[in-house]
Design a protein around this ligand. Structure first.
Ligand code: UDP
Length: 338
């Protein structure tokens, strides 16, 4: 059992990971600046898990604060989630993204080195593959970043891999997520996008609550079975479990890994809508719209490496994802007939 620091610990994927880590007997410390996370997430986590969760309010670029935290409570590893993550925003303000994501990671790695913490799990993204030649996408596929956000994730991976290669880190796992969706089945934690959601699932759940009139389907003329875009959606609880297994692997072995986390199953926009309607009993009005610029027709993982190395495989299906995403959104909207 290990004590672990989660940067960006109050965020969407980190908060679900914290639940799984606590269930598996680990000790969790959250570090967050609350610039893009709800203030009440730590309290919700405490209610949900019954565990006390130390919270450090700090920016990862604040080396002094991070060093002080590591000195006060030494940890076996860091799981690094803290980052800016909006593609459009990254293109509008590249320096802000370089500063927070890349400089922030350098500052964090410095603080870890000063504190003798030599193991890290990193929250990366399948966005580093850009426009893939084909799917399923294996880890050795070429990386072709398409935007500043993707660039920062790839540079962050490279920094971590370089430190591992040169012996400055003993173990590292770069985890490339496909499309995380869903929420904890308790509906006590979930995703809270600010403003109009860009992603399919949060938009879909807001249509279901009546907050938005209809779902815009971005393109029905792709070379996919029903013409709509295909993605690899993964339940956030499966993703959280993968983090716990990756952590346990890098605590036990001195390795540097880059691993896809997806189900390996491609789901189209229309299949997602149908699954959502089945799982929730709510009808979703559709508005067929033009393609969204920059979108790829089909994008899904080859997840074999995660199974081989961590013994991990996604267990929850598309209806589980829809049901839990809906429970969370409905709870926030005060809808009780779920
Ligand atoms: N999509 C859609 N309507 C929306 C949001 C997304 O039709 O309001 C489609 C999008 O074109 C893509 C899929 O849903 O084919 C997943 O989009 P998302 O933004 O969630 O993930 P990403 O494209 O970043 O993988």
């Amino acid at each position: 059992m290990a004590r672990v620091l989660l940067t960006g610990g109050a965020g969407y994927i980190a908060s679900h990971t914290a639940v799984v880590l606590l269930e598996r007997g680990h000790e969790v410390i959250l570090l967050d600046d609350f610039s893009n996370a709800e203030r009440d997430v730590p309290a919700r986590l405490e209610r949900l898990t019954g565990h006390n969760l130390p919270v450090i309010e700090a920016d990862i670029r604040d080396s002094e604060a991070v060093s002080a935290a590591l000195a006060a409570q030494p940890v076996a590893a860091v799981i690094h989630f803290a980052a800016l993550k909006a593609v459009g925003e990254s293109e509008a303000d590249p320096l802000r993204y370089y500063d927070m994501n890349i400089i922030g990671t350098i500052r964090l790695l410095e603080a870890m080195q000063a504190g003798g913490v030599a193991r890290i799990v990193f929250s990366s993204s399948a966005t580093v593959y850009g426009q893939p030649d084909s799917s399923p996408i294996p880890e050795h596929a070429p990386t072709r970043v398409q935007n500043i956000y993707g660039r920062t994730k790839l540079v962050m991976e490279d920094l971590i891999s370089d430190l591992a290669r040169t012996g400055k880190l003993r173990a590292a796992a770069n985890l490339r997520y496909f499309n995380p969706v869903g929420a904890h089945p308790s509906a006590m934690i979930g995703e809270t996008p600010r403003g109009v959601p860009n992603n399919l699932m949060p938009y879909l759940t807001q249509v279901a609550t009546g907050r938005r009139p209809c779902l815009n389907v971005f393109g029905t003329d792709y070379a996919t079975p029903d013409g709509t875009g295909v993605r690899d959606y993964i339940h956030v609880m499966d993703l959280a479990e993968a983090h716990a297994l990756a952590l346990e692997h890098i605590l036990a072995h001195d390795v540097a890994l880059t691993v896809n986390l997806g189900t390996g199953i491609g789901i189209s926009v229309l299949e997602m809508v149908q699954a959502f309607e089945r799982a929730t009993g709510r009808a979703i009005p559709l508005n067929i719209s033009p393609r969204r610029p920059g979108d790829v027709a089909s994008y899904y993982a080859n997840p074999a490496m995660a199974e081989r190395i961590f013994g991990w495989k996604a267990r929850l299906n598309i209806e589980d994802m829809c049901r839990d995403a809906w429970r969370w959104e409905a709870a926030k909207a005060g809808i009780n007939d779920v």
